[in-house]
Design a protein around this ligand. Structure first.
Ligand code: FES
Length: 200
């Protein structure tokens, strides 16, 4: 299921990999470039950490091409103040707003934004119901599936909904919040996904 929000988000997926440094805008015209440095395919298959650069990720954008860790898509988004305030204030419809359930996030992401840095969202992009990849509907606006939609991810196969911190709605098939993968910041713009700290 798509709407303008999804299409816009897809158009704004950022393009890049080490091998195509400088190939900004390979798809579409105004797509900014974000470099990412990935280990070999063999290492990736074994679940090695991945390193991504978010220096050109703008508020409201999802990083693209979608990083993958252990063969799983990873959603990386820069959230703005309005989103953060929404996450802070709108929790009554959530099943586990305080991330009490173990195993869905590292300890450092057990907070209202489920992240090390409030503005940067990092989630494994797989629904905790049957593993489909939920779609982004970032805007606060009525949707067919929820007239009171506050922005987040919607899984069209059986209607699970998550907010922009990956917190699952109450009463949907998905039992848990989306997983926050282990990660750490090398600096403000470079993130390693797959390890909790540099010396882990
Ligand atoms: S896999 Fe998402 S609702 Fe079923």
């Amino acid at each position: 299921m798509n709407d303008g929000t999804v299409n816009k988000s897809r158009r704004r997926f950022l393009i890049g990999s080490t091998s195509v440094v400088g190939a900004a805008g390979a798809v579409g015209a105004a797509v900014p470039f974000v470099g990412s440095w990935n280990p070999s395919a063999k290492a990736l298959a074994a679940g090695a950490p991945i390193t991504i650069d978010i220096s050109r990720l703008e508020p409201g954008e999802l990083l693209g091409p979608m990083p993958a860790w252990r063969g799983q898509p990873v959603f990386v988004m820069r959230r703005d103040e309005a989103v953060l305030s929404n996450l802070r204030d709108n929790t009554s419809h959530l099943a586990d707003p305080e991330s009490k359930k173990e195993g869905q996030q590292p300890e450092y992401a057990r907070n209202e934004f489920r992240s090390r840095k409030p503005e940067i969202m990092i989630l494994v992009g797989l629904c905790t119901h049957l593993g489909c990849s939920p779609q982004l509907f970032a805007k606060v606006e009525p949707q067919d599936f929820d007239p009171n939609w506050k922005g987040g991810f919607f899984c069209p196969c059986h209607g699970s909904m998550f907010d922009l911190a990956g917190r699952v709605y109450r009463g949907v098939p998905a039992p848990d919040n989306l997983v926050v993968p282990p990660h750490y910041y090398v600096n403000d713009n470079v993130i390693v996904i797959g390890l909790d700290a540099e010396n882990s």
